[in-house]
Design a protein around this ligand. Structure first.
Ligand SMILES: Cc1ncc(COP(=O)(O)O)c(C=O)c1O
Length: 387
């Protein structure tokens, strides 16, 4: 039976509730949402707003209407980065970022719009809050950091960094692509001004969902302007949320699925999902007979000895003598196990690890992954390492 260990790319399979939620909505009321429209349009709008309320509970966001839907985390990150940075600004980011953070920032730097500092990570693959504090300049407007690295799995001290940024009057953008749905997030407590999330990973929704939570302090210029399903008289994008940043017909089928994913997470509790995922990684690491023959990227002892505290459910390994792409292909073709080899869209993180340009083999678990699957994955990797 196939084993899917690529949940950091997208969660699969989705829980039954998600499939059923999409189908029920598509069949019953799949209309284009719009205030003051016909009954089905109003129902669609109510479904989207209900999803906003559930996400607001999950993230402790005080104002659901400031949760803006887009296509994915990339969309939310672009919305934030291009919406708040202005000519002459300085931004701070890190080597652990996904290209969805690095590329828009690099492009703005290349065009001479902003200056940029990319902070290194510690040997434990963390961003040091003191280093962030030292990087501020008088013109710093934005600190943009990932909550959990999609390469090392390390959870960053975002609360400490958020409080420092708030104290300096600088906006804090958090990329929650790998953490939303699996690590507790408290927007108010962690002083987060902008939270980019994706719907199709640990939030358990379908692809094409995600967005941005916009705090009160952040002024975000719309980067996509258009129809908002309501007052059409204004010549430019309305000021009020969420319409300000939601031009165009939303992905209502996707959001209907996302609603069920978030509902399920609220019922189960994010902490319990994280515990489940950490236990699976521990099962994998301890089941490996040839653990010492593998190259690890800071994960093995930490996970085995401290129950994976400080990490989400992914590990990166390499098998000496094999390119990561070869290991990925063998696992896929001979063992029917799906993993993700390569750079994981985070080249600076691999430079930090010393694994650029080949990368690592990433195994990432999800809410439906089982301990038996992890033991079978460990046996397969043992077999490859024995060759
Ligand atoms: C840390 C991180 N940021 C951003 C993204 C981009 O997410 P999406 O594909 O939903 O735009 C990913 C996806 O792999 C990620 O892992």
């Amino acid at each position: 039976m196939a084993i899917y260990l690529d949940n950091a790319a997208t969660s699969y399979p989705k829980p039954e509730e998600v499939y059923r939620g999409i189908e029920a909505f598509v069949r019953a009321s799949g209309a284009n949402p719009g205030r003051g429209g016909h009954r089905r349009a109003v129902e669609a709008e109510a479904m989207i707003n209900d999803t906003r309320r559930l996400l607001a509970r999950l993230f402790h966001a005080p104002r659901p209407e400031r949760i803006v839907f887009g296509h994915n985390a990339t969309d939310g990150l672009n919305m934030a980065i291009k919406g708040v940075l202005r000519p002459g600004d300085h931004a701070i980011t890190s080597v652990l970022e996904h290209n969805s953070v690095s590329r828009p920032l690099n492009q703005l730097e290349k065009e001479g719009v902003i200056t940029l500092d990319r902070l290194p990570a510690t040997a434990e693959h963390l961003i040091d809050p003191d280093q962030v504090a030292r990087a501020f300049r008088p013109n710093t407007r934005l600190v943009a950091l990932t909550h959990a690295s999609n390469v090392t799995g390390t959870i960053q001290p975002i609360g400490a960094i958020g409080r420092i940024a708030r104290g300096r009057g600088v906006l804090f953008l958090v990329d929650a692509a790998q953490s939303a749905g699996v690590v507790p997030i408290d927007i108010e407590n962690d002083c987060i001004d902008l939270l980019a999330f994706t719907g199709h990973k640990a939030l358990l929704g379908p692809t094409g969902t995600g967005g941005l939570v916009v705090g009160e302090r952040a002024e975000v210029r719309p980067w996509r302007e258009g129809g908002t399903g309501g007052d059409s008289t204004r010549p430019v994008q309305p000021e009020e949320f969420p319409h300000r940043l939601e031009g165009g017909t939303p992905n209502i089928f996707g959001i209907a699925g996302l609603r069920e994913g978030v509902r399920l997470l609220l019922e189960r509790g994010v902490e319990s999902v994280l515990e489940h995922e950490r236990a699976l990684i521990k099962t994998f690491v301890t089941a490996l007979a040839r653990r010492d023959r593998l190259q690890w990227y800071g994960a093995d002892t930490v996970i085995a000895e401290s129950q994976g505290v400080g990490r989400v459910g992914l590990v990166g390994v390499n098998v000496p003598g094999f390119a990561p792409s070869e290991v990925g292909a063998i696992l896929d073709e001979q063992f029917d196990i799906a993993v993700r080899p390569g750079l994981h869209c985070a080249p600076y993180a691999h430079e930090h690890l010393g694994t650029f340009p080949q990368g690592t083999v990433r195994l990432s678990v999800g809410i439906l992954t089982t301990a038996d699957e992890m033991r079978r994955a460990a046996a397969a990797i043992d077999e490859i390492a024995a060759e």
